[in-house]
Every structure is written in structure tokens, then in C-alpha cells.
Design a protein around this ligand. Structure first.
Ligand code: KG4
Ligand code: ZN
Length: 345
């Protein structure tokens, strides 16, 4: 499935504003990225140690027109040449999502183009299609972002069977909270990743949580508490904390669980292909651990480049293409759905 019924190329103008990146992209036939413009607010939110929703919405409003214009310009294309406009409508921060949704509706209505609402997590999964032309469903996918941790079977484009999910914190959230506790700052994931490279992952034995009766579910709150307890204990006894060892040991505990759940599921259910998606999928220890385990199990592993793992417009363009080809069209009443669940419309 590459072209629409008229045998024309399909160009999607995609918009993403669910959290702290204002992003737009032009994607051709679902897998070819003609432009991918990302305006990050990270520096702004760093001042507060995390994303401040009200500030995020205001910044999106300031940036969105420029970002969309830049995406078209970099693609050397005009709005009239687009086949459809795709936009993330959930899940995410409601005020942030609304900016993208309003922009997409205005552009699509004004230009007379179809509008396609995209699920943010479907976008993350679809980032894998961009750099792996051979990857097609079905496959097992580990989705690990700041707000979500899901283990799914991607049965077809945009069709998911959920095998497991987190019972408490998302994997990225655990990284962010631990980073804040040890003073590494925001955003925590990349900082823990970098610091852990100088540490010993076996220095401290942190728990690898299993959820009774739900082999593919995750729980990270116990691990987060174990890290905090370790720090409190060290403080009370006057021991010095080796931050790189702590970061590496925490990261190893997260990675072990993510890798074992994913590879177990693929083996048990008989899938030979595994993909990863979301911001945490750019973690170097997770990539290395998953590579090792998949190689041992004879499983083909896929993950996007780091820039396509964290929030971006190209992934929404890829997902938007497959939704468009299936005939999905949103009305002019499309609204932001902050707690949109995977598999829901
Ligand atoms: O997918 P994403 O950009 O946004 C959401 O949809 O949530 O993911 C952001 C999350 C943050 O929690 C961030 O700390 C984490 O991904 N992250 C990482 C790394 N890069 C980003 N976590 C671990 N290691 C990384 N290298
Ligand atoms: Zn995301």
C-alpha cells in the first residue's frame, strides 16, 4: 500500500503539539520524510524542573505557524500540493493538544484538504516505518515514553492488541523522577543515560518488579522508591553517593524488565520481529540490551533514530498516511482528547 486509489503520491502535512515540542513535517507516501521541523521548549521548562502545561500551550501558539511554514518550505512544497493534514489529537496535555488541533483544522478547512486526527502513540509506533522500509505488521512493539509504557502486538497499521502496560509510572517518568531526585535535572532520561555510561550497572542491586498474574505488565514505582530509600540511607549514614553508579544501576533495573518482558512475549506468541517506540527507546542501554536479547532469540529488532523516538511531526505523518489510506477522516468538530487510550478513536 503506497499510493491512493488515483495512483498519485500522497503528501501528508503533519502537526504535533501534545507536550513540549511544537513540530510539523511533510511525509510522502507514509515513509519518506521531506521535512521534519521541531521547535523544542526543553530549555524553557528546565527552569521549572519539568513541563509547565500553561507555558507549553502559550509557546505552542507562538511557534506553530512558523513551524508549519518551515516544514512546507523545507519540503519545497506548497500547502495546495498536500493530500491531507494530520494532527495529534490525544493523548497529551489538553491545552497543548488544542493548539495543534485548532491549527490543523484551520489549515485543512482553509485549503479544502481532508483532516486526519492521529493517536500520539500510533505516531510513536509508526516512526519505525520511516527508516525501515521492510518493516510491516504484525510485530511486537515496546512503547516507552514519558507518559506511556505499553507492550503491544501491532496487528496491522493502526491496530493494536495490548499485552501489557504499566500499573503506575511510565518508564520515562521513572527516569525523570529519579534524575530529579539525584540532582541531574530535566529532562531526566538523556541525563541518566549519559551519566550511567561512567557508572557500574551492578554496583547497586535494585528490584526488578513483576506484576502477579500479569506477565507483561510493568511497575516502576517500587524501583523509584528503592532509589529514594538508598539515597536517604546514604545521607543518614554519611556515605557518599556515586551518582554514575546509582544512575547505571537504576537504568539496568528498568532495562532488564523492559527487555525480558518484550522478548518473552515475542517468543511465546511466535513473533520474529520486535520494534521499540517513544522517547525512552533512544536510551543507549535499552538499545544495547534489546539488541543482545533479540540476537540470542533470533528476533529482528527495529528502532527509530533518536530524533524520531522523541516527539516529532514525521511520526504523525507516517501514522496519518496509514489512517488516511484506510479512509479515516476527522470532522471539523475534532477535539483534543487528553486521555485518549490506545486503540480508541
Ligand atoms: O516520547 P516522548 O518524547 O514524549 C512523550 O510522549 O512522553 O518521551 C519523553 C520521555 C521523557 O521522559 C524522557 O526523559 C525520555 O523520554 N527519554 C529518555 C531518553 N531520551 C528521552 N529516557 C531514557 N534515556 C534516554 N536517552
Ligand atoms: Zn510522545
Amino acid at each position: 500500500m503506497r499510493k491512493n486509489g488515483l495512483d498519485e503520491d500522497v503528501y501528508i502535512l503533519a502537526i504535533e503539539s501534545s507536550c513540549d515540542e511544537t513540530a510539523a513535517a511533510v511525509v510522502k507516501n507514509g515513509r519518506q520524510v521531506l521535512s521534519n521541523v521541531i521547535s523544542s521548549q526543553i530549555a524553557l521548562h528546565t527552569l521549572y524542573g519539568g513541563v509547565v502545561p500553561e507555558i507549553a500551550s502559550r509557546k505552542h501558539i507562538e511557534k506553530i505557524n512558523q513551524v508549519v511554514e518551515a516544514a512546507l518550505e523545507e519540503a519545497h512544497m506548497a500547502l495546495e500540493e498536500m493530500t491531507a493534514v494530520a494532527v495529534t489529537y490525544g493523548p497529551g496535555l489538553v491545552g497543548a493538544l488544542l493548539v495543534g488541533v485548532a491549527e490543523a483544522k484551520a489549515i485543512a478547512y482553509g485549503a479544502g484538504k481532508p483532516l486526519v486526527g492521529v493517536h500520539h502513540i500510533e505516531g510513536h509506533v509508526s516512526a519505525n516505518f520511516i527508516e525501515h522500509p521492510d518493516l510491516e505488521p504484525p510485530f511486537v512493539c515496546l512503547i516507552v515514553s514519558g507518559g506511556h509504557t505499553h507492550l503491544v502486538v501491532v496487528k496491522d497499521y493502526g491496530e493494536f492488541e495490548i499485552l501489557g502496560r504499566t500499573r503506575d509510572d511510565a518508564a520515562g517518568e521513572a527516569f525523570d523522577k529519579v534524575a530529579r531526585a539525584v540532582g541531574l535535572g530535566y529532562p531526566g532520561g538523556p541525563k541518566v543515560d549519559k551519566t550511567a555510561r561512567e557508572g557500574n550497572p551492578e554496583a547497586i542491586r535494585f528490584p526488578r518488579a513483576k506484576v502477579e498474574g500479569a506477565p507483561y505488565d510493568f511497575s516502576f514505582s517500587g524501583l523509584k522508591s528503592a532509589v529514594l530509600n538508598y539515597m536517604n540511607h546514604a545521607k543518614m549514614t554519611g556515605e557518599e553517593i556515586c551518582v554514575p553508579d546509582l544512575a547505571a544501576s537504576f537504568q539496568a533495573a528498568v532495562v532488564d524488565v523492559l527487555v525480558s518482558h518484550t522478548v518473552d512475549a515475542a517468543k511465546k506468541l511466535g513473533y520474529r520481529k520486535v520494534a521499540m517506540a517513544g522517547g525512552v527507546a533512544s536510551n543507549s542501554a535499552l538499545r544495547a540490551g534489546m539488541r543482545r536479547a533479540c540476537k540470542r532469540a533470533g528476533i529482528e529488532l527495529y528502532y527509530p533514530s533518536p530524533v524520531l523516538c522523541t516527539d516529532n511531526g514525521a511520526m504523525i505523518g507516517a501514522a496519518g498516511y496509514y489512517e488516511y489510506m484506510k479512509g479515516a477522516r476527522s470532522g471539523w468538530d475534532l477535539n483534543a482528547v487528553p486521555n485518549l487510550r490506545l486503540g480508541e478513536r
